[in-house]
Design a protein around this ligand. Sequence first.
Ligand SMILES: Cc1cc2nc3c(=O)[nH]c(=O)nc-3n(C[C@H](O)[C@H](O)[C@H](O)COP(=O)(O)OP(=O)(O)OC[C@H]3O[C@@H](n4cnc5c(N)ncnc54)[C@H](O)[C@@H]3O)c2cc1C
Length: 517
Amino acid sequence: MKKIVFLVLSAFILLFIGCTTDKDLNSSSEKSTTAKLQDPVTIKPDVIVVGGGLAGCTAALRASELGARVVLFEQSDKLGGSANTAGGSISGAGFKMQKEAGIEDSPDKFYNDFITMGGGEKNLNKVIARKHAEESGNAIDWLQDYVGVKFNGKVDSGGYLTMNTNRVTYTAGGAASGGARYFLEAIYSKLDEFVKKGTTQLFVNSKVESLLFNKNKDVIGVVMNGKEYKAPSVIIATGGYGYSEKWLKEFNFTNITSNDPNTAIGSGYDFARSAGAALDNMDYCSCYGGSVPVSGFQASLRCNINYNGAIWVNTSGERLFNEPVASSMDKRTVWRTTDQNIVYIIVSEKMISDDKPLFSGMMSNSKPFDNKEKLNELLSEGKYAFKADTISELSKMINTKNLVNTVTKYNSDIASGKDTVFGRTKNLLTFDKGPYYAIYTVPYLMMTAGGPRINADGQLMRADGSKVGNCYLAGEIIGSANVAGHNTIGGIGHSLCTTWGRISAESAVKNSLVLKK
Ligand SMILES: Cc1cc2nc3c(=O)[nH]c(=O)nc-3n(C[C@H](O)[C@H](O)[C@H](O)COP(=O)(O)OP(=O)(O)OC[C@H]3O[C@@H](n4cnc5c(N)ncnc54)[C@H](O)[C@@H]3O)c2cc1C
């Protein structure tokens, strides 16, 4: 009888307060819940988590598992953030699946890879890089053993820079878009145990506006919908600033598009600034090349930048790289550092074939577009594709000084069998017959790489070395560059969420116990 009353009561409370229920949780990455917030918080939280992406959900779960009362506020109408669309990779050192595959690894090896592949110790925060190297493997084991995430068992070096040791693994959904949903679904169903117990509440449609401070500038809660919510510890897990033109233009790009969800508005960076925190590595940002900005800031169309025979030129019409062999890091550097971040892809009509798509959507599994249809559409818009019978006319259309010289030199190099500028040896096709096309491209991003400074406990830090009391960070906001330096290592995004979701939850729970004494 007692149990029935409890269940009925719980169901009523969940319905009334607009909490995300079992059913909603499991389907929240697919459909929006319409929960509307009135005055919902019915528990006195030990920990408030701001943001309900993979990092916030991990932090909420770990804090709940440790016995804390947890309230999570998510601004949008569903949980999951970027992980709703991301691939399923994650990296770490010394996790069980790695050992089972006979791979020997250690935190020291992982840390050394950060140093050698990230451009040296000067590019990262040594303290948190070490902590990440030490804890990332445990986070994967926890996901597998406690949370019940299904993995596909594959362990490799990931799709970006090749690490010296294989330490990237994948959910059962693999590396393709949607793979990260396996993390979310397992975490949701585990979190639901605590929601049902009444120790954890998860709120959607709940945008935190600011942090609450005491007179010492310690964080004592948050302000949401104009109302104060207090807690001994606050975890900021609001993601990167990949959908904030304001932050991207302040630190990184003149021209940029975003493939981040529109929830990555960088509010955690504003919160960190308001707490006087130091911001590190903000001038470094990971990005990809080849976005055609037909929908403005929202990325929606990609040009195949390695198209048969294509060359890349800047706004002066000069070539930028040995195109066919450019690694993901090289491409990033080209689009990140070139004048105004604008790169024209130059191709001739005879290089284009029907069976090889020149354009596709943003996701790895997006359907490619028909070449003729898409080119005609872009040409008629007259902004991002240009067509001319001669290189000289094309050069005038895109207003470049040196395109004619560049192409003349390139043609003569190819005729003599040697690209004297960049040493290109692949796909050497001359531009000897028009019409020619120039496609205007800019970078796009899926993740930002700088972030507010933290210590090994995940606690927010000021430039003078003082700690921002009671405030911890998890996820993309930490900045992959602060942990791994100037590179992209496979699975680092999800590793930042789960490793630091756990670390910050543990610190936050400990802190709340100390404050309650
Ligand atoms: C298309 C795509 C593919 C990717 N593929 C991979 C991959 O294969 N492997 C990998 O490791 N990484 C990948 N990443 C990166 C990785 O998915 C993200 O870095 C990671 O999911 C970020 O999680 P997060 O919880 O830190 O932030 P987010 O997912 O951005 O979640 C933050 C949440 O906080 C909420 N929020 C923000 N501000 C507020 C506020 N003021 N109040 C309340 N809530 C707020 C947001 O609405 C959001 O739900 C990919 C990213 C994208 C976009």
